[in-house]
Write a new protein. Structure first.
Length: 469
């Protein structure tokens, strides 16, 4: 498929804005990132849609298709490999390579890129710490957090930058910060959120703007202290947050254009514990259920990663069999993306977004919130989240009616909602964030598919008196 440089630039921008292809992006966000008019974005989206590279849904935004994602990943791969080449082989500094790589990424020779990758020794990250997709399009990510999220006495290593602007990279050069350098946090100022770190034997003061634009990896939960008692306390307090590993799986047939495809991005807890055992099992079972939801052949008596692998094989086999009988059938597609939205000492809240197209007029999107007990990894049922469910429901109903301008005398059905007996109820999916309680009604739960999901956010201050976690 022939594409203009402009079309490729749009795909790459949408990919970055959409959290690497997993979310919809507004046309205004694209216009802002591309520094162009919204009307120009609309025209380009129409062209990309005609080429089946994006899907556009009114009021919901732009979503990359399977083909669009594959093309965007290919462009990102080329861009990051060229950046490595420019730095390692030609001696450019990391603040000089982005604009040059912007031109080189449009070279379409796959053989050249494969040889470039081999010549560089198959690098995993670019000079800015971003992961380089492999030739299959798989992106391996490593856990990282923002520097601003570290606490006093944490020891870490610089692994990436959020802001890749030339001015920011030059500034980091000026203060001698480089990826791979180890440092420790000495102090955090509450007034202006600046930080003092110890780097190469020197004290360096960083503004909040800097600390919020650098990615780090915590390599030592706490710096050891003089007394065992104090040190044990610090180790406990620093390890309150449970760490997770992100796993990315892509499965599709390689010998056809119109193929069934599965994209999975899910989390696993690697550290052996009761939490890890139950959390991992729940996530693995959900993935198998999602992939096998319309399948006649269920996995055998196996579990874990093996069950996921078998369910993927079953999906591909059944689609291939179906395609033999109906060659014109549309490509089936399954997408699942999990992420942690909230975590404290008592609980972990995870959101799982799925998209499935198994024929028919349209695909189906869902959002599922799972809340886990931080001690044992078991799922916390919605009713167990609150000490007074009826009071929370009362607050939620008031917020719901306020947002949709429904007075107490008007039936909910008059506004197109499908509550049984016109009686308000909480949704199946309840999420937690730092600031709010999230009530998420999926399509068909209380309204039609055309109306989309209904989401209500209630300030946590109102819920806190009744929230058990």
């Amino acid at each position: 498929m022939q594409m203009t440089f402009s079309e490729e630039n749009y795909l790459k921008t949408i990919f970055h804005l959409s959290n690497e292809g997993g979310e919809t992006v507004s046309t205004n966000a694209i216009a802002d990132a591309m520094q162009t008019k919204a009307s120009s974005v609309t025209d380009m989206i129409k062209k990309l849609s005609e080429k089946k590279l994006v899907d556009y849904k009114r009021y919901q935004g732009v979503l990359l298709t399977k083909k669009g994602t594959e093309k965007a990943v290919s462009i990102v791969r080329k861009h990051r490999l060229w950046e490595v080449f420019l730095v390692e082989k030609l001696g450019f500094s990391w603040d000089e390579v982005h604009e040059i790589a912007e031109e080189l990424e449009h070279i379409h020779s796959e053989k050249l890129i494969e040889r470039l990758d081999a010549f560089l020794g198959f690098p995993e990250t670019d000079p800015h710490g971003d992961p380089i997709p492999n030739k299959e399009g798989i992106i391996e990510k490593t856990p990282k957090i923002l520097l601003s999220d570290l606490e006093i006495n944490n020891k870490a290593v610089f692994v990436g930058v959020k802001n890749t602007s030339k001015d920011f990279l030059i500034y980091l050069n000026k203060i001698s910060i480089a990826l791979g350098d180890e440092f420790s946090v000495i102090d955090k100022e509450k007034f202006d959120h600046s930080m003092t770190i110890s780097l190469a034997g020197k004290m360096v003061i960083l503004s909040s703007v800097v600390s919020r634009n650098i990615y780090v990896q915590n390599i030592n939960n706490c710096i050891s202290k003089i007394t065992l008692l104090f040190g044990a306390f610090l180790l406990f307090s620093c390890s309150d947050k449970i760490s997770f590993t992100e796993k990315i799986v892509q499965k599709s047939a390689s010998d056809c254009e119109n193929c069934g495809t599965v994209y999975l991005t899910y989390l696993q807890c690697e550290k052996p514990s009761e939490f890890a055992e139950n959390f991992n099992k729940t996530i693995q079972n959900r993935i198998v259920d999602f992939v096998e939801m319309d399948s006649k052949e269920k996995p055998s008596e196996i579990s874990g990663e093996a069950a996921i692998a078998q369910s993927l094989d079953n999906f591909m086999k059944e689609y291939a069999d179906l395609q033999q009988h109906f060659p014109e059938i549309a490509a089936y597609e399954l997408i699942l993306t999990d992420s942690i939205v909230y975590q404290n000492k008592k609980m972990v809240s995870l959101v799982s977004k799925t998209y499935s197209f198994l024929g028919g007029a349209h695909g189906y999107e869902t959002t599922t919130y799972l809340n886990f007990d931080a001690k044992n990894g078991k799922v916390i049922h919605n009713d167990s989240l609150f000490s007074d469910v009826e009071k929370v429901k009362e607050i939620a109903e008031k917020q719901f009616k306020s947002e949709f301008e429904i007075d107490d005398k008007t039936a909910l059905s008059q506004n197109g909602f499908w509550f049984d007996d016109n009686t308000f109820h909480l949704p199946q999916n309840i999420g937690i964030s730092d600031k709010s309680l999230i009530l998420h009604y999926n399509p068909y739960e209380i309204a039609s598919y055309a109306d989309g999901a209904v989401v209500i956010e209630i300030p946590m201050q109102q819920i806190k008196p009744f929230f058990r976690y």
